[in-house]
Design a protein around this ligand. Structure first.
Ligand code: C2O
Length: 546
């Protein structure tokens, strides 16, 4: 590989959408941010210079950062934020990974505007395990807020209520013609007939799973989270925040006299059945149809209803690793440690002398095993490296849930959560099985759980309560999908396996920013192995200080 240098200047930029202009934090003045294209084996060096008043960090979502958590990015986990006027160089090598990933800010809600694609091409001369595409196109799904997103979450944390929702969803930063005052801000993909296009879909939205479909075209899913999958033909896909999905789109053999909508709209069982928030882009066979002579037909796909859990499961349960000789699935066949995590929303008591607007006068909170993870005032990775965890974190993360979750069809009213910085410490190379059980008050969503620094295999999932007697017999240990983010189904469970072979401190959290902010997060500390090649590297000299 070669070394590729990039510079990210964090600066303010005025951006207008929906006839509303606001000043936003951007990388190099661009919204969405710049696309990074590299190859497997390359060393990537990104100098980030902070010219704004906000603290910031950048996370390279899905990059394994082997022994190199210093470049991972989550604030107060692997580094302190980059403060105004300071800079930090993210320096990492891409080992054994190729596909679509992305980068985003990992402090407060800055990722609403600070994000972009991270495309890793295979090594030179190594083809894709699917037909070569004619063109490759990133499709970033996101959200547009008329207000400052950091102010939105700050206000919600203060009042204890749910945060204001965004005004629109976007494709490559553009809301499209179904919103008011937005027709000119429409993403248009011009295609030729009879060609294959590789669409690199990234869900960069803050708080919603999205259904995505293109009118009168079926799509073939070939990769998720930068891992190849068995080709899967679908009319509609589901993509959770943090997840990436590569699809091959085979265009029609001859130019139809029509333009086709591509649409994305949330999947969320908590919102009732009515939903008007649909982002649209256009698929246009521009080259041969003569728009001046013929009327153009505009065709729309039919998306599942917003609460269509069956449609969501229909997609996520069908994904399988490619599991070929060249790209094998290395699913751990034995397990050293088993964990059972309940994930979901709860509440915490309203502080004295305050009125809270959460359920029954409390504050919304979210937790893993009823612990709402509190960020320390220094980076966990530094404390771990210096062997100075005292006063920063404790290793008594509860494994057995503190309450008996008994799924009856109605999610329970959770008890109050505990606020603490508790981690799970693992010996190097531990084979881990983790069952995550959804427990939520007030309706339910599929929580996209993201693990930093590791990929995992989704060996099982189901609805209702996980049954430790019956469900393991149904686990797929042959070709389960490999991911870095996976949905814990609404009112259900997901079981994952991974090998903890990456020494460092790795955050795991719900990729809905609101749940992350409410505390649906925890961290794994993976200790060094005995060999020099199994040890965390020393920190770089420019690592920001708190
Ligand atoms: Cu894409 Cu911790 O995040």
């Amino acid at each position: 590989g070669i070394t590729r240098h990039f510079k990210f200047d964090i600066k303010l930029q005025n951006v207008t959408r929906l006839c509303h202009t606001r000043s936003m934090v951007t990388v190099n003045g661009r919204f969405p941010g710049p696309k990074i294209v590299v190859r497997e084996g390359d060393r990537v060096v990104v100098k980030v210079v902070n010219h704004v008043q906000n603290n910031i960090t950048i996370h390279w979502h899905g990059i394994r950062q082997f022994r190199n958590g210093w470049a991972d990015g989550p604030a107060y986990v692997t580094q302190c934020p980059i403060q105004t006027g300071q800079s930090y160089v993210y320096d990492f090598t891409i080992v054994g990974q190729r596909g679509t990933l992305w980068w985003h800010a990992h402090h407060s809600w800055l990722r609403a505007t600070v994000y972009g694609p991270l495309v890793i091409l295979p090594k030179r001369g190594i083809p894709y395990p699917f037909p070569k595409p004619y063109k490759e196109v990133p499709i970033l799904l996101g959200e547009w807020f008329n207000e400052d997103p950091e102010a939105v979450i700050a206000q919600a944390l203060q009042t204890g209520a749910g945060p204001n929702v965004s005004e629109a969803y976007t494709i490559n930063g553009l809301p499209g013609p179904l919103y008011n005052c937005s027709a000119k801000d429409t993403f248009k993909l011009n295609v030729k007939p009879g060609k294959r296009y590789l669409l690199r879909l990234i869900n960069a939205a803050l708080n919603d799973d999205l259904f995505f479909s293109i009118a009168n075209h079926s799509m073939t899913v070939v990769e998720t989270d930068a891992s190849y999958v068995k080709p899967l033909q679908m009319d509609t896909i589901l993509i959770g925040p943090g997840e990436t999905t590569n699809i091959l789109l085979h265009t029609k053999p001859a130019s139809p006299n029509a333009t086709f909508f591509m649409l994305a709209r949330p999947y969320n069982t908590g919102l009732g059945t009515i939903d008007n928030t649909t982002v649209a882009g256009l698929l246009d066979y521009a080259s041969t149809s003569n728009k001046n002579l013929f009327p153009v037909v505009l065709l729309k796909p039919t998306l599942p209803a917003i609460n269509d859990t069956a449609a969501a499961a229909n997609f996520s349960t069908k994904l399988r690793s490619l599991a070929s000789a060249q790209f094998p699935a290395n699913v751990p066949q034995t397990v050293d440690r088993r964990f059972y995590f309940t994930v979901g929303l709860g509440t915490s008591p309203c502080p004295k002398n305050q009125t809270c607007q959460g359920p029954n006068g409390t504050k919304f909170a979210a937790s893993v095993n009823n612990v709402s993870f509190a960020f320390p005032s220094m980076a966990l990775l530094q404390a771990h490296y210096m062997e100075q965890s005292k006063g920063v974190y404790t290793t008594d993360f509860p494994n057995n849930p503190p309450f008996q979750f008994n799924y009856t069809g109605t999610p329970p009213n959770n008890t109050f959560v505990t606020n603490a910085t508790k981690v799970v410490a693992l010996p190097f190379n531990t084979s881990v099985e983790l069952v995550m059980q959804d427990t939520s008050i007030q309706g339910a969503e599929s929580h996209p759980l993201h693990l930093h620094g590791n990929n995992f295999y989704v060996v099982g999932q189901g609805f209702g309560n996980y049954d430790p007697m019956k469900d393991p017999a149904k686990f797929n240990l042959v070709d389960p999908v490999e991911r870095n983010t996976a949905g814990v189904p609404s009112g259900g469970w997901a079981a994952i396996r991974f090998r903890a072979d990456n020494p460092g401190v790795w955050l795991m959290h719900c990729h809905f920013d609101v749940h992350l902010s409410w505390g649906l997060r925890m961290a794994w500390v993976v200790n060094d192995g005995p060999l020099p090649s199994q040890k965390l590297l020393p920190p770089p000299s420019d690592l920001p200080k708190c």
